[in-house]
Write a new protein. Structure first.
Length: 318
């Protein structure tokens, strides 16, 4: 259709966009909230709208982040929120939106995609690399009816030896330059990862319009040695503590994870989990009291309100 145009979202579009988003999903759909929309697409983010006349019929957005890609820092475009009104899905609206978002060169990151979206992405970009499914580790903290019928594996934690030096773990509410210093010290251990600068951490976690993220910082002899970020989610009377980000020297991983589990249980959580990619953390998670859900009943345990499905994770392209 020649009368369909792709334009960048403007503040003046919000009333119509909110109405379209809520009508297409539900009244509490998060993109229908102006505070969240402004937060998600602030600074390096762009949301494209597909319009027919002045009617919004689809949208697709992205946000650019600095990533460490092996030995270099590259800008990676994280794409998000692709949707087209069902009436226009055969009218070429999706490819027009994808052309606006994916048309430029550089690295692209996609998470939680479906088969139709995957075909669209592959049409515009070649050389995609499947990063696979997220790992999920789980800890049962206290009985709950939601976990009835799920067999909890017998845990045999590997031996754990504390290193010397005074270790202090505390909850913090501010992020300072010490996080930038710490990032430069540990980033070599992560082949591909977002650059967790203090600026990024403040935006991602401390200024989020809805979620209340908790920060734990581990310091050995006064020097930052690791941090763990988590939030609580509740469905009816079930409460789970979810690790969202975790970066630490290997020597403090287990202590930091055990502190997290103790705080989660004391806050009334019946369970805790962590979904992540890569090969790090597994032995430390087991030593702290987590188990890998793969091959257990808990592989089918509901994720509930977590916004990222762990059944599909990432494909990326240059």
């Amino acid at each position: 259709m020649d009368d369909i145009k792709i334009v960048k979202y403007q503040k003046s579009d919000y009333p119509r966009f909110s109405e379209f988003a809520k009508k297409s999903f539900h009244a509490k759909y998060i993109l229908g909230d102006e505070k969240f929309l402004d937060w998600q697409y602030s600074r390096t983010g762009v949301l494209f709208l597909a319009k027919r006349d002045e009617e919004i019929i689809g949208f697709f957005g992205y946000k650019d982040f600095p990533y460490k890609v092996y030995g270099e820092t590259k800008i990676v475009r994280a794409v998000m929120n692709l949707f087209v009104d069902e009436k226009y899905r055969m009218a070429g609206v999706g490819p027009k939106l994808a052309g606006a978002v994916l048309g430029e060169g550089g690295y692209i990151l996609v998470s939680s995609y479906n088969e139709a979206a995957q075909k669209l992405y592959r049409h515009f970009r070649k050389n995609w690399t499947e990063a696979g499914d997220l790992e999920r580790f789980f800890a049962a903290l206290s009985p709950h009816k939601l976990m009835e019928g799920f067999h909890i594996p017998h845990l045999s934690p590997p031996p754990f030896t504390k290193e010397g030096g005074k270790l202090n773990i505390e909850k913090i509410t501010k992020v300072s330059g010490e996080f930038d210093e710490f990032r430069h010290k540990v980033r070599a251990g992560y082949p591909i990862t977002i650059e967790r600068s203090s600026e990024y951490l403040k935006w991602r976690y401390l200024t989020h319009p809805f979620f209340d993220y908790q920060f734990l910082a581990a310091r050995r002899d006064g020097k930052l040695s690791g941090f763990l970020i988590y939030r609580f989610e509740e469905v009816e009377d079930f409460k789970i503590a979810r690790i969202i980000d975790f970066v630490a020297h290997e020597s403090v991983e287990v202590s930091l994870l055990r502190e997290f589990l103790e705080r989660a249980k004391n806050s009334g959580a019946q369970a805790a989990d962590f979904m992540f990619s890569g090969l790090l953390y597994k032995e430390s998670l087991k030593a702290a009291g987590f188990f890998d859900v793969f091959g257990t009943d808990f592989a089918k345990f509901p994720i509930r309100s977590n916004p990222l499905s762990y059944s599909k994770f990432v494909i990326s392209s240059r």
